[in-house]
Write a protein that binds this ligand. Structure first.
Ligand SMILES: [Zn+2]
Length: 357
């Protein structure tokens, strides 16, 4: 008995399903045409996966979640449902709030369709073994053994949009996304998120959080390498076969324009270094290019590095942005793609030098 209890404690620390269970409780009642009491919603909001959203000062996300449940599982909000479903690609790519509304609703409508299979999946699937396999996958990707003292962030499964989020305290992962994947895709997906947890032990926080430019330069490397774990077959494949959602087209487009965007980043930073623009102006201009944590740009760079045969060097230096940009430039020379100029590389070298040895 004691053994069983201990095992549950360890398991419980790794992964949390309370939000999934609350979601099923509430959606089940709504499907039966029943009203949800204030108390039931409170319990829902206090479940581990939704708690942070509910406690944010801005209630937009938690309200969107609750409204989407009503829309997807009930049938008296047809107008609101149609308004959101009819939002165009253009509208959602220009307005983050509208995008979230649509992504969540689409996901919840799909959950409604897979309802009983999803419930079964939550009860029967071996999540513990997925956790273990993801760490093994990370280890083989990094070509190193993973220190057992490394603490990976706990995973809180939620139903949100078809995505995973690396938050300060935990990984928030949509269970419907995991359900829809093949076993290998699941392993790769969690390993991608664990890469971020692992990298935190090595990356230089003083550098990353000193200013927005540093953060951006580092995040491009962080996501660029992580995407090699789960998107190595390319964005076209990933966003059509693995993770089909309304941002797929946007991500593929961003990847296709990544070389041009990289040149824009280069040009903006260079005008800053010669005092043509202020730091604030630089950041404003960079934010026009740097989208979704720089995923597409980073993945473009890491793909060029892999193509040129420098994957091992990239992986060894997975936490050092200067090395990443240097390797990209070496690869770009081989591959004939956009090259950062010497002045840019010198600027980056001076900026990073005292943080990385
Ligand atoms: Zn990531």
């Amino acid at each position: 008995m004691l053994l069983v209890l201990n095992a549950q404690v360890i398991f419980g620390q790794n992964m949390d399903f309370t939000s999934i269970d609350e979601f099923f409780k509430i959606s089940c009642l709504i499907k039966q045409g029943k009203d949800i009491s204030e108390e039931q919603w409170q319990q829902f909001e206090q479940s581990k996966g939704y708690k942070d959203f509910a406690e944010q000062e801005n209630k937009f996300l938690i309200q969107t979640i609750k409204a989407s449940i009503q829309m997807a599982f009930g049938n008296n909000l047809e107008n609101e449902k149609n308004r959101i479903m009819n939002l165009s690609q253009e509208e959602i790519s220009e307005n983050k709030a509208l995008m979230i509304e649509k992504l969540v609703l689409i996901n919840y409508l799909e959950i409604n369709q897979n309802y009983s299979n999803l419930k079964l999946f939550r009860e029967k699937y071996d999540f513990d073994s997925l956790h273990t396999k993801a760490i093994q996958r990370l280890s083989s990707f990094l070509k190193t053994s993973i220190d057992t003292t490394i603490q990976f962030k706990p995973i809180r499964f939620v139903f949100l949009s078809s995505d995973g989020k690396d938050a300060e305290d935990a990984l928030y992962i949509d269970l419907n996304l995991i359900y829809n994947m093949t076993e290998q895709q699941r392993v790769n997906f969690i390993a991608h998120e664990f890469f971020h947890s692992y990298r935190r032990y090595f990356e230089n926080h003083d550098f990353n959080y000193k200013n927005d430019l540093n953060f951006m330069l580092d995040m491009i490397q962080n996501e660029g390498i992580a995407d090699q774990i789960d998107k190595s077959k390319g964005y076209d494949y990933y966003f059509s076969e693995v993770c089909k959602d309304p941002i797929s087209e946007i991500m593929i487009q961003l990847y296709n324009q990544a070389e041009t965007d990289l040149e824009k980043i280069h040009n903006v930073v260079m005008s800053y270094t010669v005092n043509q623009i202020s730091e604030d102006e630089m950041i404003d201009k960079l934010l026009e290019v740097y989208k979704f944590n720089g995923h597409a740009i980073g993945f473009y760079m890491s793909s060029q590095i892999v193509k040129a045969g420098f994957e091992d060097e990239m992986v060894i230096n997975f936490y050092n942005p200067y090395k990443f940009y240097t390797l990209y430039n070496l690869a770009a020379k081989n591959n004939g793609t956009f090259l950062f100029c010497n002045e840019f590389m010198e600027f980056l070298k001076n900026r990073t030098e005292k943080y990385y040895h």
